[in-house]
Design a binder for this molecule. Sequence first.
Ligand code: ISL
Length: 584
Amino acid sequence: MTQNTTAAAQLHPADPADAPWWRDAVIYQIYPRSWADSDGDGIGDLPGITARLPYLRDLGVDAIWLSPFYVSPMHDAGYDVADYRNIDPIFGSLDDADALIAGAHDLGLKVIVDLVPNHSSSAHEWFQAALAAEPGSAERGRYIFREGKGENGEEPPNNWPSVFGGNGWTRVTEADGTPGQWYLHIFDTTQPDYDWTNPEVGDEFASILEFWCERGVDGFRVDVAHGLVKEEGLPDWDGPLQMLDNSDAALPSGEDEPIRVHEAGPGAKPPMWDQEGVHEIYRRWRSLLDKQPSPERILCAEAWVKPESQLARYVRSDEMHQAFNFDFLDTHWNAERFRNVITTSFEENDAVGAPTTWVLSNHDVVRHASRLGLDQSLPRPNGIAADQAQPNAELGLRRARAATMLMLGLPGSAYIYQGEELGLPESTDMPDEFRQDPTFHRTEGKEIGRDGCRVPIPWVRDAPSLGFGPSDRTWLPQPESYGAYAVDQQAGVAGSTLELYRSMLAARREAGLGLGSAAWHELSGGDVIAFVNASADDSRRTLVLVNLGAEPLVLPAGTVVTHQSEDLTTEGHVPTDVAVWARI
Ligand code: ISL
């Protein structure tokens, strides 16, 4: 294992040790409804989060990202915002937000908030004013209102679907009681899309960004960043019109997932996604953020855009700082596919000077501890119900721990979704009456949806609501199995998933893995992923290796393993579905 063998396969150059914080930050996603409940109403809240911030300091993350906490009728769990400058009473108040931000900063944690600029809630005062106003009015001009097709305008203006199922248009009743115009909602009926060609919309969002910067936040995760601008003329789309349209098709070779209704894939571009005009918006926001006092504030794109070369355009030096690498999240348990995704990600992001932003789970996808325990030849399902194929929990967790060790060994930034540090599985036995995801309702249950990854977190096994809050109420039911995953069952227990995350995060920080270079190692190939992460001065070299093969992999003599995702039954042997970090 000499330097020469690895230098030949350089994947990614190191960052300087004084690189800005976001280039290697590990960011923990909090879904406020489900993390910690301070008042016993069964819904998590901001004071609950503030009280438990020390847990995150001890976990060893650098920042938190909070899913929306703004005033909302909660038809899409807060992604339907009625007032961007205030907090929904179920979560607390602006004072609570200030206290949370200050408390996080005191502990050295940065705070990223969610910005939802593609649509508002239908309860937003702008949309209410639009409904009350005439067709063609300035009020309607902030949204996408159009006349319907057909003799009496009874058909929607085009064939665009809602990502959540059904039609993307809803017809309104005009003031005189007659059926009138239609408005576009790429998501739920209660989430009307803004018209970003209207300068008023851009100015309003610039002001919202400034509002939150003044309150001290360190960045924004930008919801549906690929959707704000629509193709001129709103032409029909001849690609997939439903989430499941092509998901039972054979997976094309070299690709893990079919292109979904919320994605722009290679080839013909859907008229609602990844339009060139979005980049101008992000350049404006970047220059607005760059004018703020230090430290640097960031933008992170939630953009379901393929291929990676196209996604990298969101993180050019005058646009966003980060973009979630959903190709990595969508990679099935296959070493070659992982190697390809890693290679391409570095190539494309390095070409624009951006870090790669790794992610395995979030509030929209089946948790990776369950996802990786499903049949890997099938596409990723949108939720799992009790009467569907169940994940193999043991296998899923084993692979999830290895996948996370791979992710945290890679240079760049990484996002962790609440509960994954506990190895938490998806809830797969939730009775339908509890389901709240609009996807479930809009598809009449054909798609299960995302509630299964949003269940309140278990903190204490023998406590009401598993320690989520002071009462036994939880807005979604916690599965029986969750008690065993509770924080108090894992803290201080050698080999637990929580302790594994803690030790990986401490070592990652200490060794500066996030700023390191990466080069394929000679053991990489076949069923093995192996690379060397080295510091800029090459004084510290870490081998990151995952064995996806059926046989144990024998490490070269003298390799000092520092971290392992499972016990190595024989020293120097890496069993199936196990990852190691080693000093070389
Ligand atoms: O979650 C999905 C299906 O698995 C995606 O289609 C998702 O809707 C898409 O990634 C956009 O997500 C974001 O915007 C939505 C919101 O429901 C999601 O929670 C959010 O992450 C609308 O605001």
